[in-house]
Design a binder for this molecule. Structure first.
Ligand code: NAP
Length: 519
């Protein structure tokens, strides 16, 4: 019997009462651990976090809470090697891909620690300047932001068990809001281990951080008016969260990061073999293969001038042919596995659906695996599809295949390309490739309305840009419409979600006593 991972709620480790759901190594097929949350007293768990954790965190200043984040960074750094081992075993990722999840998380917490320190020893934030309410400035309105007096519940996706926790927890804890995380079952081990290490290090006040591993049953029912819930996962589950009475009736604030049909767009003036063309090819291949395409930000649709369709297919296919797939423990392997056999089946089904409207330009799906048994491992090589009639291929703009799959689409002119990008119905990110700064700038503005992020790659930033799919804490993460309508990160703006905005109307003498940072 494998270890049953404990839940940490109400300030103590508690095992679920059931037999547990097994977690597997997606390459070897072996069982690694089990999770279970049945029988937990969730009312006690939420109450303890809300009351004990919330009060303790709110008694600290932003700078003191930034200190807690810096302490978390130290704990995670000290245990980093064990996180890589868990990621290899449970997520099937090669080292570079585990780094995106693990080191990406540590970097993000460290960044919030720095920003929080600069906020100083205050307990509320100034939101704009005081404005006079009458003819004379003797009675004024000052907006401020104060930490919400509730808990932050995170329901997370399987693909980022580390970063998915900490990119949310960093701004929440800095805001003074206690966190309860429910990781996706398939990869809950890494999240649970990180919480365990931080709890055991004793760096956070009791109730500040809790983890529930296993089913999400009953979690949403615990939410009260000042709590917030941040969900990352499929659009279908997102709809369930959004329609829960906690959200619909008790106004619990909700942030949803759902799926996204991100695009890459080569501008019309680029020639085959030009710097911009080569940069697009490189980025597409990277996005299709990093984390085996299981990134919410991965490029799914590749928009190129019609005249370059064949050249792009050939160049991308040639690079994909060199991608070795298999057991991430073998150093020659460039791309590990999907997270589970269930995901492998989902990718195959998605591919079948897309193939009804798109042809296969490069098929790595039956590629020989390195050190892995195709009957057991959740491995699949990259597949490049193509649809010569980009308008008619409706499914390509609608079905997110969460794996190493993208579709090449030709466009007539820039207006057509931008219209195709918008057909994702709201996406996390699009990337533009070209050398004409003016044309790129104008296209970026047009695409901004339907994209949380527009990543422009010109030859002069070839070595320095941060990557189409790489989510940096400085930039907004989230997208409108289909992407869920969420907004995470983007510097200190991320704190808004965990704060309540209020206008204090008073004399300047009273406003001076609010303890806000200097204007
Ligand atoms: P999922 O099936 O929707 O699951 C997400 C989370 O919701 C898991 O923790 C899951 O728990 C939980 N859950 C399932 N049913 C629930 C319910 N009825 N009520 C409350 N919680 C419930 O999604 P996934 O398959 O893990 O993740 C893949 C998707 O996430 C992809 O579509 C991807 O695009 C998206 N994603 C988006 C972002 C982003 O930032 N926009 C980032 C990463 C992934 P169990 O695991 O226990 O079922």
């Amino acid at each position: 019997m494998t270890e049953l991972l404990s839940n940490y709620v109400a300030g103590r480790w508690q095992a679920g009462r059931g037999a547990g759901t097994p977690l597997f190594d997606p390459v070897l097929g072996t069982e690694l651990a089990r999770v279970d949350a049945t029988g937990l007293d969730l009312a006690e768990a939420f109450g303890f976090a809300r009351d004990a954790g919330g009060a303790a965190l709110r008694s600290l200043t932003y700078r003191q809470r930034a200190g807690l984040l810096a302490a978390i960074v130290k704990v995670l750094q000290a245990n980093r090697d064990s996180y890589y081992e868990i990621a290899t075993a449970n997520s099937g990722t090669v080292k570079n891909d585990s780094a995106v999840d693990i080191d990406g998380a540590i970097f993000t917490i460290g960044q919030y620690a720095k920003w929080g320190d600069a906020l100083g020893d205050v307990r509320a934030l100034r939101d704009g300047e005081a404005v006079k309410l009458g003819r004379e400035p003797v009675f004024q309105s000052q907006h401020l932001q104060v930490p919400t007096r509730g808990v932050a519940l995170f329901i997370n996706a399987f693909n980022f068990p580390s970063w998915g926790l900490w990119e949310k927890a960093a701004p929440a804890l800095l805001s003074g809001v206690p966190v309860i995380v429910k990781p996706a079952t398939a990869t809950a081990w890494l999240t649970q281990r990180m919480v365990r290490d931080v709890v055991e290090a004793g760096v956070l006040p009791a109730g500040a951080l809790s983890v529930v591993c296993g089913s999400s049953a009953g979690l949403m029912d615990q939410l009260q008016s000042f709590d917030v819930v941040s969900f990352t996962g499929s659009a279908d589950t997102g709809a369930v969260i959004r329609s829960h009475p906690a959200v619909a009736q008790r106004s619990v604030r909700v942030n949803i990061e759902a799926d996204s049909l991100n695009s890459a767009l080569l501008l019309p003036d680029a020639a085959a073999g030009s710097d911009a063309f080569n940069l697009l090819v490189r980025e597409v291949v990277r996005e299709m293969t990093v984390k085996t395409g299981q990134k919410c930000t991965a490029i799914r649709r590749i928009l190129v001038p019609a005249a370059l369709y064949d050249a792009a297919a050939e160049a991308i296919g040639a690079k994909l042919a060199g991608i070795t797939v298999g057991n991430p423990r073998n150093e020659s392997v460039r791309m590990g596995s999907l997270v589970s056999r269930a995901q492998l089946n989902a990718v195959r089904e998605g591919l079948d659906a897309l193939k009804t409207q798109a042809g296969v330009l490069h098929d790595g799906s039956a590629r020989a695996l390195v050190d892995a048994d195709p009957a057991v491992a959740a491995c699949i090589g990259p597949v490049l599809l193509g649809a010569r009639d980009a308008d008619a291929a409706e499914r390509v703009h609608d079905i997110e295949v969460f794996g190493p799959v993208a579709t090449l689409l030709p466009y007539r002119d820039l207006d057509h390309a931008i219209a195709l990008a918008h057909r994702g119905q709201g996406s996390l990110v699009t990337s533009l490739y070209g050398a004409d700064d003016a044309a790129l700038g104008q296209a970026a503005v047009q695409l901004a309305a339907s994209h949380g992020r527009v990543h422009v790659i010109t030859p002069d930033v070839a070595q320095t840009h941060t990557g189409h799919g790489n989510v940096m804490p400085m930039s907004l993460h989230g997208g409108p419409g289909r992407a869920g309508g969420g907004a995470e990160l983007g510097g200190l703006r991320a704190l808004d979600f965990y704060h309540r905005r209020s206008a204090v109307q008073a004399s300047p003498a009273v406003l001076a006593q609010l303890g806000l940072p200097q204007a």
